[in-house]
Design a protein around this ligand. Structure first.
Ligand code: PGA
Length: 242
């Protein structure tokens, strides 16, 4: 089943999120796995009958003295089933390292929360032909000493595409996802789902859905508008049917 992960980032006031919840609770889908990742403070507002609940981050220690952070166990207990890890905004702005991401993955797995690991290259790295190298390093460092990686989901998000409205060509996306899958297959002898993220919206979803090896999407900006979300779901479901 394909996935659609909605990353609200740091958006919505109290009133806005309540309005959004009314609308998202009405969206029906049984052909794809919809995951909503609101800000921490709203997690418990979501009813998640027709979607699963996801977190945008998790604290890097088990519990206790880490002011302002939320643990994997706390997330688990309010119904969180997925957690975005290593988003480029956290890696770049908050200086999150591969080592921190690796710790977070083990804590999530211990609490049966599925990590959605974000990887991707900057524009400079792309221009220098380093895309695959950078991604492999992010994956290998994140997976270090993790005994079972079978339930991890990868989100390929070219950093230059996030929030910019610019997406790679379908050939570029296909090739990067192919290489990610091959790497995981060869090095870890398993198959993982690979999502695409970066400026996915209701205008380009038809184009993206033509790419054969994408297992779903991680959507930021367009996820804030339930009309766009419905449209994206409709296109994905039509594709599923055809
Ligand atoms: P975007 O964000 O859809 O607004 O580009 C995607 C993401 O950062 O996960």
């Amino acid at each position: 089943m394909k996935m659609l992960v909605l990353n609200h980032k740091m958006n919505f006031t109290y009133d806005e999120v309540n309005d959004y919840i009314k609308k998202i609770n009405d969206i029906k889908t049984n052909k794809l796995n919809l995951v909503v990742c609101p800000s921490y403070i709203y997690l418990t507002f979501f009813k998640y009958n027709n979607y699963s609940l996801g977190s945008q981050n998790v604290g890097m220690i088990e519990k206790g003295s880490l002011t302002g952070e939320i643990s994997a166990m706390q997330l688990k207990k309010v119904g969180v089933r997925y957690c975005i890890i290593g988003h480029s905004e956290r890696r770049m702005t908050l200086k999150e390292t591969n080592e921190m991401i690796n710790k977070k993955i083990s804590l999530l797995q211990y609490n049966n929360i599925i990590p959605i690991l974000c990887v991707g290259e900057t524009l400079e790295e792309k221009r220098a032909n380093l895309t695959i190298e950078v991604i492999k390093e992010e994956i290998d460092k994140a997976f270090m000493d993790i005994s079972n990686i079978d339930n991890i989901i990868i989100a390929y998000e070219p950093i230059w595409s996030i929030g910019t409205g610019v997406i790679p060509s379908s050939v570029e996306i296909f090739n990067v996802i192919k290489e990610i899958k091959e790497h995981i297959n060869v090095k870890y002898s398993t198959k993982l789902k690979v999502l695409y993220g970066g400026s996915v919206n209701s205008e380009n979803i038809n184009y993206l859905e033509e790419i054969k090896n994408i297992d779903g999407y991680l959507v930021g900006g367009a996820s804030l508008d339930t009309k766009s979300v419905s449209h994206i779901i409709n296109v994905m479901e039509e594709k599923y049917d055809s």
